[in-house]
Design a protein around this ligand. Sequence first.
Ligand SMILES: Nc1nc2c(c(=O)[nH]1)N[C@H]1C(S)=C(S)[C@@H](COP(=O)(O)OP(=O)(O)OC[C@H]3O[C@@H](n4cnc5c(=O)[nH]c(N)nc54)[C@H](O)[C@@H]3O)O[C@H]1N2
Ligand SMILES: Nc1nc2c(c(=O)[nH]1)N[C@H]1C(S)=C(S)[C@@H](COP(=O)(O)OP(=O)(O)OC[C@H]3O[C@@H](n4cnc5c(=O)[nH]c(N)nc54)[C@H](O)[C@@H]3O)O[C@H]1N2
Ligand SMILES: [Mo]
Length: 715
Amino acid sequence: MPTKEELLKAKIPCPETGITVRRTFCDICSPGAHCGVDAYVKDGEIIKIEGTKDHPLNQGLLCTKGASNRQYIYREDRIKTPLKRTGPKGSGQFAPITWEEAYQTIAEKLLGYRSQYGAQSVFFSSGYSKWYRPFLQRLCYSFGSPNYGTESGTCFTSGLMAWETATGFPTRPDMRNCRLFLGWAHNPYFSGYLGARNTERLKKDGVKFIIIDTMYTQTAEKIADLFLQPRPGTDGALALAIGNELISNDWIDHDYIDKYVHGFEEYAQYCKGFNKDNVEALTGVPYEKVQKAAQMIHEYGHPMSIRESNAPLAHHVNGMQNYRAIMALSAITGNYDRKGGQTPSPFTFTHQSAGYHTLEHEFVDEARRRSMAVPVGGTRFPLWNELEKEAQIMDLSRQILEGTPYPIKALLAFGMNFRMFPDSEHSMKKALEELDFFVDVDLFMTDSSQYADIVLPACSSFEREEFKCYPGGYAYFTTPVIPPLYESKSDTDIMCDLARYMKLDDPLLTKGYRACMEYILSPISYTVSQLQDADKPLKVPEFRPHEEYAALRKGLLTPTGRFELKSEIIASHPEWGLDPLPTYREPLDDVDPEVYPLTLTEGGRLPNALHSRLHDVSWLRTLHPKASGEIHPDDAADYDIKEGDLMEITTPMGSITVEALLSKRIQRGLVSVYHDYREANVSNLLNRNRLDPYSGFPAFRSNRCRIAKKGEAHE
Ligand SMILES: Nc1nc2c(c(=O)[nH]1)N[C@H]1C(S)=C(S)[C@@H](COP(=O)(O)OP(=O)(O)OC[C@H]3O[C@@H](n4cnc5c(=O)[nH]c(N)nc54)[C@H](O)[C@@H]3O)O[C@H]1N2
Ligand SMILES: Nc1nc2c(c(=O)[nH]1)N[C@H]1C(S)=C(S)[C@@H](COP(=O)(O)OP(=O)(O)OC[C@H]3O[C@@H](n4cnc5c(=O)[nH]c(N)nc54)[C@H](O)[C@@H]3O)O[C@H]1N2
Ligand SMILES: [Mo]
């Protein structure tokens, strides 16, 4: 028999050790994942974690980020109590206050701005976290402000808008049932490890892969049957050329187009402009590869599933139009609303499609008022405003600093990272300095929190209860595995408390998280307690799998009821100056190419990092310790730069210095920099006005730059 010490050392859960295993999930990365976690708890502390073996998503696996959860949640800079700022902004001088004082102050201030400047002068924002969003949105609308805006205004919404324009539905690839997978900017080895596992499984099952990426990635190397390497932001021209090739070879689905597609003739005509004479000059991809792609789509593309990755395709001044040009391939080959193609997937909860309905949208919409002002960004980005009816957060700093069309006085932020914004120093950081009142709710004391008037401590997913849905009809309701650390609270409790302190006329929100979730989940058979008792995701009886052609036959949610290659929403608003067809324009600005001969792409994902939140977690930081920039060895040779040298990258907006990494995976002429490093903030190199006029998205992935050697590797 092992001794108690041995059992403790091996962290064995049993009565002798007092260790218990409790279940929750990791919420560090994308809302789509949230892998199941078994937390080993002793005396209220998490001493070990493992992936949950019978979790339907991760089946026991965890990635590097997930495996570092203990270091993440026990970070030294966790905010311990509510704080109020006592020194100048940015000085780091704060004093602890009680929750009571914090709530009283916030309520008094926000209500004061509401009566003096109107409810729209208060902005309610969210960073990358998604789990609480319907609550924040409802809080905002119940307060009377139209200004709810989130990080999705740089991430996900451009792709969503492209689908809404064409079909009216959010849409996802039915990868599991396809014969050909078109992975457009798809490198799950870095950005979603479960996607990499699924991709490898399909490859073994004989699925064919076309991978289109600006870099020769692990996915290109291991998976691709055909690899195309365009220059950043030229994907629209490439997709239109593939469309042209499919049409001129008559490799399209005429019956499907006749019945379900709108604007084909005009689209086909427009595609003719992208052909063997210009495609290589426009995109860098040899025409033979375009032909080969079209041929593979013809041979294997029934069904064909396309994954257009939201961020790298959207992060260009022409991003949404490029995305629409790629989607068009699904329509002309008859793959939309088809098994193994791309399927309409209405959201179940917080941007996730799980195949059943909840009352999330009712929960938000019933608090929305008709008379509210135009949200921030609504005038500048009219298509966004038409489709999303939320604020486009990319226009927030401008409106704070300029005060037009109306002043923004206060910001209630859940997770604010000013480095998320282009030209951060002069945009969002400056705006935080200028704001009259800024409340930041976060787990950690961040560089942005330094500018807050009040800072509130949020707890992690291990310390709260939370609802989550998963594809395939699953519903999961966690229970806290440890109590909230220090005086931290769950974000949704903070929102509901604030609704009470401000005495908002919202009988549901003021009842708290549980009551709201019971309402939101009322269409499903399980109660919140039943879901919690199960301790793992349950399959909901109301789950309805995708039914081929159902949406097409019923009529899509577009003005014509068809898949609109030519958008009638855009056509009916000529004053917007936007094109109804997925037209193409060059992604780079007109900065002098003689002075800035290279292209800067930034924000590629790293397996060990997630935006700003993991660079301070030491296990993960050691995997990529320095801010770096990747270049092709031949470009490096031109500038006498060697691996590890210090390299200065300059754009018209400024310079940063990073470590040079040489890689043949990157194409010549391109410099790729990872983002959110405090000591080398690449966002500062970007022009904050280089935004996609369709979506308002910034051009993180295509800018002109130049480089210079700044020092030798050993310095
Ligand atoms: N330069 C550059 N900028 C980018 C991008 C890029 O590629 N390059 N990508 C864009 C994209 S796609 C995205 S998604 C965004 C990322 O958006 P960001 O909002 O920058 O993402 P994070 O840094 O992960 O999180 C922001 C803050 O939320 C806090 N936080 C974490 N969990 C919680 C929680 O449960 N509650 C609360 N209240 N706070 C929490 C974190 O500690 C952090 O301070 O950045 C965008 N900006
Ligand atoms: N480890 C980790 N995972 C993450 C995140 C993270 O920060 N870290 N962030 C999450 C978030 S918020 C998001 S939005 C997703 C993003 O997820 P992804 O889109 O998968 O991530 P990226 O690495 O930005 O881009 C994928 C590929 O697109 C290529 N690419 C870049 N620009 C272009 C282009 O113009 N055209 C083409 N064809 N390819 C291009 C890149 O070389 C890269 O290989 O990742 C999520 N997953
Ligand atoms: Mo994102």
